[in-house]
Design a protein around this ligand. Structure first.
Ligand SMILES: Nc1ncnc2c1ncn2[C@@H]1O[C@H](COP(=O)(O)OP(=O)(O)OP(=O)(O)O)[C@@H](O)[C@H]1O
Length: 589
């Protein structure tokens, strides 16, 4: 989609605001032209070339009134401009966030976290900037043409000769715009790499320390900073050089006016007022030409910014970026509806046939997996590391986009698994749970309406009661960034409580065992299966769960190697026997 269409669609989001912005700045420009005419009248009255009824005093009063009016107009237009800028970049950022949240959750973002933030911040700002300029440049252009026509009517020769340097500069600026765009692109890339590196280093301080890689991390950071310094310097020098050429063109123009006007002044074909008007309008026209040059140079860059933001839309049409969406900038936000249990949500049977997904980078994954989960059953998925257990859960839940396969909930086909498999139908605990830097309770509720009894029941279910006593403020203890104040086991049990509080029809659990001791995990399973209706799909290698399982699926290299009960599999399947003996042999039965 061409850049102008993005800008047009942004303007159409709030056409009234955009039009008001255009009118206010247009009128502001017009007052600059009026000021020029008043200056001309002032000097002509002083030199006796004009005889206005207002007189010099009247003109001075008028100029003061105009100046005050301009200040008021500038403040009003500035306020509207800020409002419009926030609204327009807010629209882009909201749509970006919507699509980032819509993408299959287990698929990595196309940029690092730091770079993604830079797309949200810098690219949305770039687009906002260009929209702000788009109407101003048109208004400025119309007024500049008007100003030029006035100058032509006074003295066409002087007008044409003085405008010449500006035209030459405009052509140079147009030519330079491609090169400037390249420099700007390089400096923006270099900045986002630095932001990305800061994000990476800050989120992996422990890893960097443990690997003794501080020096190398700092050296890489220095290298990226040096690249950024060079790119920024080139960009700034080129931009400033162009701006110097443009502003000097005004001085050259003024010099030409002085040379040419001297004769006309002597011959009285030009008045001192005309001369003052020429000087005033010339800078007005020059401002327009230099702004136009910058606008054209930046326009290319804005296209690059839109293209980069598009990458975050995960294949959605480019229109999605500028789609009209409510922003709620004023007043309270709409209430978030709590999930409601519908009769159709009640699980009787969940079936999946032929589930297939291969990770893009490695081409590893799962193929042709069939599942049947009945109400009240425990299904365990097991297999050696890398056999595809996590990929299977994520593909079923729509966190990865399945390439083939069909899913049915109570016989009805599920098209959009990601939208369908949410509470109260399912609740999921990932292998590596994520906590936010909020209190323990907020991490468990994650936006759900508070129900103290349900929270306590979930905490008990997740075997966390004892832990609460050791935390300084119990459930109200802030857990720190990503839960750093909790142990690995506490983080996993918090995630389990988060799942349990949602009272979902189906619990999907990916390997809770890595940070839980055998006894704690055994108690956790007992709590979960105390509800006879509990339906669970669990990835685990723990005997406590395998022995309770109604059905076990053994995965090998992304395919089902065998399935059945533990006894059947121990008799018939070599892989199960190997896993049971080799991997689980150290645990108490
Ligand atoms: N994001 C990814 N990109 C590319 N390949 C991946 C990705 N995630 C997993 N894989 C590959 O897909 C295969 C299955 O991985 P998966 O995480 O599903 O295995 P798993 O059985 O859950 O392993 P574990 O028991 O170690 O958790 C592995 O070969 C793995 O290397």
């Amino acid at each position: 989609m061409p850049t102008w269409r993005y800008l047009l669609k942004m303007a159409c989001y709030k056409p009234g605001l955009y039009a008001l912005h255009a009118v206010l700045w247009g009128v502001f420009g017009l007052t600059a032209l009026l000021a020029g005419l008043l200056t001309r009248a002032f000097f002509d009255t002083l030199t006796g070339h004009a005889h206005l009824p207002l007189g010099v005093t009247g003109l001075v009063v008028l100029m003061v009134v105009l100046a005050v009016g301009r200040v008021a107009l500038w403040l009003t237009a500035g306020f509207i401009e800020i409002l419009m800028r926030f609204t327009m970049s807010g629209l882009l950022r909201r749509n970006l966030l919507r699509y980032v949240l819509k993408r299959p959750g287990a698929q990595a973002l196309p940029y690092s976290i730091g770079e993604t933030i830079s797309r949200f911040r810098d690219d949305a700002h770039e687009a906002e900037d260009k929209l702000d300029w788009s109407d101003e440049i048109v208004g400025q252009g119309l007024l500049a043409v008007g100003a030029f026509l006035v100058l032509l009517s006074i003295n066409s020769l002087v007008a044409l000769v003085t405008i010449l340097p500006l035209l030459i500069v405009t052509i140079i600026a147009r030519r330079a715009s491609l090169t400037l765009g390249r420099y700007r692109d390089a400096s923006s890339q270099a900045s986002s790499q630095v932001t990305g590196a800061i994000g990476d280093i800050l989120t992996a301080v422990q890893t960097v320390q443990a690997a003794g890689a501080e020096e190398r991390a700092v050296a890489r950071f220095r290298r990226l900073n040096e690249q950024r310094r060079k790119a920024m310097l080139t960009d700034r020098v080129a931009t400033q050089a162009l701006s110097a050429i443009t502003s000097n063109a005004v001085s050259v123009g003024t010099g030409l006016i002085m040379l040419l006007a001297a004769n006309s002044l002597r011959e009285s074909s030009m008045t001192v007022g005309d001369f003052a008007l020429f000087i005033s309008y010339l800078s007005f026209i020059a401002d327009f030409t230099s702004d136009l040059g910058r606008f054209l140079a930046d326009y290319k860059q804005t296209g690059v910014a839109f293209a980069r933001m598009n990458v975050l839309l995960n294949g959605a049409s480019p229109d999605a970026l500028v789609e009209a969406t409510p922003l709620y900038l004023r007043g309270s936000l709409p209430a978030i509806a709590s999930p409601v249990h519908e009769v159709s949500d009640k699980l009787a049977l969940l079936e999946a046939k032929g589930l297939t997904y291969y990770h893009q980078q490695s081409r590893h994954g799962i193929a042709a997996i069939d599942l049947r989960l009945r109400r009240g059953s425990l299904t365990v998925v097991t297999g050696r590391t890398g056999s595809g257990k996590t990929t299977l859960l994520q593909t079923l839940l729509g966190l990865l986009p399945r390439e083939k396969g069909e899913i049915r909930w109570n016989g009805k086909i599920v098209d959009d698994a990601a939208a369908f498999f949410v509470p109260p139908r399912i609740a999921y605990t990932a292998q590596v749970p994520r906590l936010f830097s909020e209190t323990l309770k907020q991490n468990i509720l994650l936006g759900l309406q508070e129900n103290p009894q349900a929270v306590l029941a979930a905490v008990r279910g997740a075997v966390m009661e004892q832990d609460l006593q050791t935390l300084e403020a119990g459930l109200d203890t802030p857990v720190g960034t990503r839960g750093v104040k909790l142990s690995g086991g506490q983080i996993q049990r918090t995630a389990a409580a988060r799942m349990l509080v949602r009272a979902a029809e189906l619990l999907v659990i990916d390997d809770l065992s890595s940070a839980l001791d055998v006894e704690t995990e055994r108690t956790l399973w007992e709590h979960i299966f105390a509800h006879e209706d509990a339906t669970c799909l669990v990835v685990t290698h723990r005997r406590a769960a395998l022995q309770r399982a109604d059905h076990i699926i053994v995965l090998n290299d992304g395919r089902i190697d065998a399935e059945g009960t533990l006894d059947e599999l121990l008799l018939s399947n070599e892989e199960m026997r190997r896993l049971w003996q080799d991997d689980y042999g150290n645990e108490p039965e």
